[in-house]
Structures are given as structure tokens and as C-alpha cells.
Design a protein around this ligand. Structure first.
Ligand SMILES: [Zn+2]
Length: 384
């Protein structure tokens, strides 16, 4: 496959990107003529960037609406409140079998141009046929809600796996103090990856390999977010969406909110979705360079400029193509004439905000299956 006439972020000269197998082979500003290539695609006014890495989601929780209508002091207060106030809504969603919910969670990410998602919780059972579902970590829920977390954290059989744990998700003393407790009990000095870290201080941050920043979820629950402009001096900042229980399905809305905060520069925010998590989770992606996995997103832009403005203005409806490990997983209908070699029987047709996309797998059938269990389930895509 060759992706012709696309602009990389920060470079105004169009380039052509050649992909072979699952990897990027070549990036060139002059035309690439490669006779064996079966799939050249030429774009007009489009930017290209690495498939995003979402470092925090719960794949099976993405059929919930946002639950909560107040500002809470911490996650346990919120949890108790929603189980009391929204019991019926929660039970309705939990009637849907978990594999169907997780499969939707995979599509939720793919539709936004995410090609790697780090799933928190029990292994989802999802394979990597659409995007990479990263689960090579030790998921611990939190200090308050994970039973025997001290024993689990110090399980010598899991010493090589980073421990990923919700921590400091609150605006009170308890949330601050539990971070110290976690650090104290990490006897094996495991690599800790803290999710949320709203209450975290700079001193505490030194004990973490990375922090996953989920600003939209934080503002929804706490009307406050992590001090990432300070924490970044001591640890890596990765970006996460969390599930639709506390945030929008669309990561681009999260990113525009984050950008408005000015806590991270545009470049740091971009890195928190690309090279930063690739390094933290040890993945061969997150960068457009020869030898890297061809996890790529091409987006139509109105201006064809290449600064961060175009990148952060992305909406799912404008995504022209998502490639994952060199395979097309999603494309806009406008590319159909150029994609005549592709086997359309592997794709289904859906509409995102009125724009027709072809997505690998049978998303309409999945939506129908889900509605058998929960007839009023709401999806951000339609089938016609
Ligand atoms: Zn979470």
C-alpha cells in the first residue's frame, strides 16, 4: 500500500508513505513507483499521523451513558452515588454479555483513529483483529475497591508486569494519602502506572513510571484534573479516555478540552498519544518512520496546513483512513474508487455524523445483537 500526497504534522511538504506487510517501509517527498504495490491511494488536502494510543479505557463499559450529576470528592463517593441513583440504567447495560460490550468498545476506539487501546480490568477476550488491545499489565482497580491489593501488588510472579491502578482520583485528603500508601506498599519496586492522579503531588509523581491523564473524566466527576504541568517534570504523561461512564465516546472532544487547559504544550499532548505511550508500553508504533508498525490515520482537513490546529480539529466524520499493522481497518466512502482491490465483504457500511465509512467487521450486526439485550442502547453511528 502507498499513501500518496499526505502531510505529516509540522511539515508542509506532502509525502508519500509506502507500507509493506505490517510495517512502514519508506517515506518520500518524491513519487514512489513500486510495481508490486497493489494499493496506491492518493489523497487531497489530508494530514497523516500515527494511530493514536489510548492508554486507559474499560472496553466493556462503553455502552453506559455518563452517570452522575454532581461534583464528588472522590471516586468512591461517585461509585456509591451511581449505584444508588442509577441502578436501573446500570442493570440494563450489564444484561448485555461482556464480549458484545467489549467488541463495541473496540469499535468506539477505532472510529476515532485509535489503533491501540490499553484495557483496564479483567482480560477482555478481544483479539487484535481491528486494533491492538493491550493487556500485558497487572490491572488493579484501586486501593479502595481492589481486594487484597497489597498482596496482589507484591505477587512475585507478576514482578515483570507494570501495575496499572486508579489512584488519587479525588480532591480530598483520602485521595492524596492513598498515593503515599501505594508507594509505601510497593515493596518489590514494581513499575507503577497511575491512572487519574488528580490529587498527586510532584514528590509523589517521582515514584511512578507514568501517569495516565483522563481530563474529561476528571472534570465530569471532580471538576478538577491532574496537575500534569507539574507532574510531567518527574514522570511520563500518557493520555486516556476512560469509558463512557464518565466521558464522551469521542477522544477528540477530550483532546480539545485538554488543549484549552494549556497544562501541556501541543507537542507534549501529541506525544502523550503517540511516542510516549509507545515507549511506556513497549510498542513498535506511535511514530511514522521506516520499520515502525503501519498504524496510521489520514484525516481530511479544510486548510491542508500541517500545524497542530489541524490535528486537534479532527472529528471522526473527517477520518479518511485508519490502517492498523498495514491493514485498512476503516475508510471513507470517497476512497472507494481507489480501493477496488479491497475485499469489501470484510467491511460494513456505517455513517458517522452523516459521513459514510466502511469499517472492517460487521458493526451493524453487533449493534443489532446488543439491542436484543438492551433495546434502547444508543450508538454514535447509524446504519443509514
Ligand atoms: Zn478507569
Amino acid at each position: 500500500m502507498i499513501l500518496n500526497n499526505v502531510k505529516m504534522i509540522g511539515n508542509n511538504e506532502p509525502v508519500n508513505v509506502r507500507i509493506k506487510g505490517q510495517q512502514i517501509m519508506e517515506i518520500s517527498s518524491s513519487p514512489i513507483n513500486h510495481k508490486s504495490e497493489v494499493l496506491p491511494i492518493t489523497f487531497d488536502k489530508a494530514i497523516i499521523f500515527p494511530g493514536l494510543i489510548n492508554s486507559h479505557d474499560h472496553l466493556d463499559f462503553n455502552l453506559f451513558p455518563q452517570l452522575g450529576n454532581e461534583i464528588y470528592s472522590n471516586y468512591t463517593e461517585w461509585g456509591e452515588y451511581i449505584h444508588k441513583s442509577y441502578k436501573e440504567e446500570i442493570d440494563q447495560v450489564l444484561q448485555i454479555p461482556s464480549p458484545l460490550r467489549s467488541r463495541w468498545g473496540v469499535f468506539k476506539n477505532l472510529l476515532c483513529g485509535i489503533t491501540t487501546v490499553v484495557n483496564h480490568g479483567e482480560p477482555s477476550g478481544m483479539n487484535d483483529d481491528l486494533i491492538t488491545v493491550f493487556e500485558k499489565s497487572q490491572s488493579l482497580h484501586s486501593l479502595q475497591l481492589e481486594k487484597n491489593w497489597k498482596l496482589k501488588l507484591n505477587n512475585p510472579l507478576k514482578i515483570n508486569l507494570p501495575a496499572v491502578i486508579h489512584v488519587g482520583e479525588g480532591d480530598d485528603w483520602l485521595s492524596f494519602q492513598e498515593i503515599d500508601e501505594l508507594i509505601y506498599w510497593n515493596f518489590l519496586k514494581k513499575k507503577l502506572i497511575g491512572v487519574h492522579a488528580v490529587a498527586m503531588s510532584e514528590k509523589q509523581a517521582k515514584n511512578f513510571k507514568a501517569i495516565v491523564w483522563c481530563p474529561q473524566s476528571n472534570y465530569f466527576l471532580l471538576n478538577k484534573t491532574a496537575q500534569v504541568h507539574l507532574l510531567k517534570k518527574h514522570t511520563s504523561i500518557l493520555f486516556g479516555t476512560d469509558s463512557t461512564l464518565t466521558s464522551s465516546w469521542d477522544i477528540w472532544e477530550h483532546l480539545r478540552l485538554a488543549r484549552k487547559d494549556h497544562l501541556l504544550s501541543d507537542n507534549s499532548l501529541y506525544n502523550s498519544l503517540t511516542s510516549g505511550p509507545a515507549s511506556c508500553w513497549n510498542l513498535n508504533c506511535g511514530e511514522i518512520a521506516p520499520g515502525k508498525d503501519a498504524d496510521l490515520v489520514v484525516v481530511e482537513t479544510s486548510t491542508a496546513k500541517t500545524g497542530f490546529d489541524d490535528f486537534f480539529e479532527t472529528v471522526p466524520a473527517n477520518i479518511l483512513l485508519v490502517a492498523h499493522k498495514g491493514n485498512v481497518r476503516l475508510f471513507d466512502e470517497s476512497l472507494l474508487p481507489q480501493l477496488n482491490a479491497i475485499d469489501l465483504s470484510c467491511f460494513s457500511k456505517i455513517y458517522v455524523n452523516g459521513n459514510c465509512k466502511y469499517v472492517q467487521g460487521d458493526l451493524p450486526a453487533l449493534m443489532d445483537d446488543i439491542k436484543k439485550y438492551h433495546s434502547s442502547a444508543v450508538f454514535p453511528v447509524s446504519v443509514n
